[in-house]
Design a protein around this ligand. Sequence first.
Ligand SMILES: [Zn+2]
Length: 473
Amino acid sequence: MEQDRKNRIRAYIEAHTDEMIEDICALCRIDSVKGEAKDGMPYGEGPYRALMAAKDLCERYGFATKEYADRVVSADLNSGERCLDILAHMDVVAPGDGWTVTGPFEPVTKDGTIFGRGSSDDKGPAVAALYAMRAVKELGYPVSKNCRLILGSDEECGSSDIQHYYAVEPEAPMTFSPDAEFPLINVEKGQFRGELTASVGKGEGNRRLISFVSGDTINIVPGKAEAVVAGFAEAEIRAALNAVMNEIDADYELSFEYDEEQSETVIFAEGAPAHASTPENGVNAGVILLQLLAQLPFDSEEMVTAIQGMARFFPFGDHHGAALKIDICDDLSGYTSVSPDIFRGDSSSLSVRFDARTSVAATEENTILAAKACAENAGFVFSFDFNPAHAVAEDTPFIHTLLSAYTEVTGKEGRCVAIGGGTYVHGLQNGVAFGAVGETTDTHMHGPDEFMLISELQDAAVIYALSICELCR
Ligand SMILES: [Zn+2]
């Protein structure tokens, strides 16, 4: 019986795969990058057009739809009691450069793969969920409770869309979002972004910092850093450089150019960029250069204090924030991660902005106040924002049902995963991310040549249909 249901649903999805691909490509042809707000189009024309195109699809397949503030569209499987929400989005990130297979908004199908912006994030998965609802309905499986597909249009730029939806609708008892990878993400770390700033009186004297620049994006480990200092002898710079090279054992380059006439030195560091949620995968060039600057005897004592203080809080390789006293760890989510991503300095100021992904056990007390105390005691001005972690219990019928549908379809073991980033369900009580991309597939989300495997779309549609049959019975 179970086996029979899975096979019938798979046969339905296979028979409708061409149609599903056409629907995905039609949505991917719409450039739905956030644009300037217009009347009735709060995120610009593209996101709104994609949202309306998706609404038309839902209606074409017989689902009652509803619009929310020109930002969100919902489609109901039936008029039963609210039970399961599926949360996906129609907006996309900017295409960027480097597309080789096709243009970002000219989707093509090739070798069992759809290429195009939005194919995997998140138009393809959204349509797979819609086809799962179609399969349940058209095959006539008995579902007395409702499954609602909720489509947003501003996920990539802060998810303000979904706030409008939840301002007027309650959260369903269960929610999943096909906006990530299988098997299932039930824990998302919190986000704690802080800035340490020191103003140093413009010191007299010759030995001074002219500029220090590393990083320009708050969630990326900086791969490059550059500083200009004046007034030092070449031998002093070399001694500082050697001290750092002796101390820090990693794969990086550190070099300088000395201009004898100006007695100015430009110092370069090159490491490797990485996402801030996994700083151990990169080599932070800003930290390396900071450690070198901390070796130099600037004339301004305030500058020396500020640089050495900052260097103490961000030693090389401290990915958990031990020096800031925020290295909290728990079984659910592991350690807090910390990545100092943007450094700026000149003769009168020094600042660093860091991106920490906090573990479930991190609190205002043990994390925010701890870091604040460290920074302020060392003379820095501290500012921050904090969005605590999201965690949904593993051992519930909801999670068991999703994971067994996953195993039934793929033959792979189902398990819960914790991640450092946040997904669409971060603010929900009982929301998890569930597919649609396969566990080991990198679909170049947010990069050039984004793609989605058609076999993974089919698997996802079958998994979602089985989940709906069970949960909405
Ligand atoms: Zn997404």
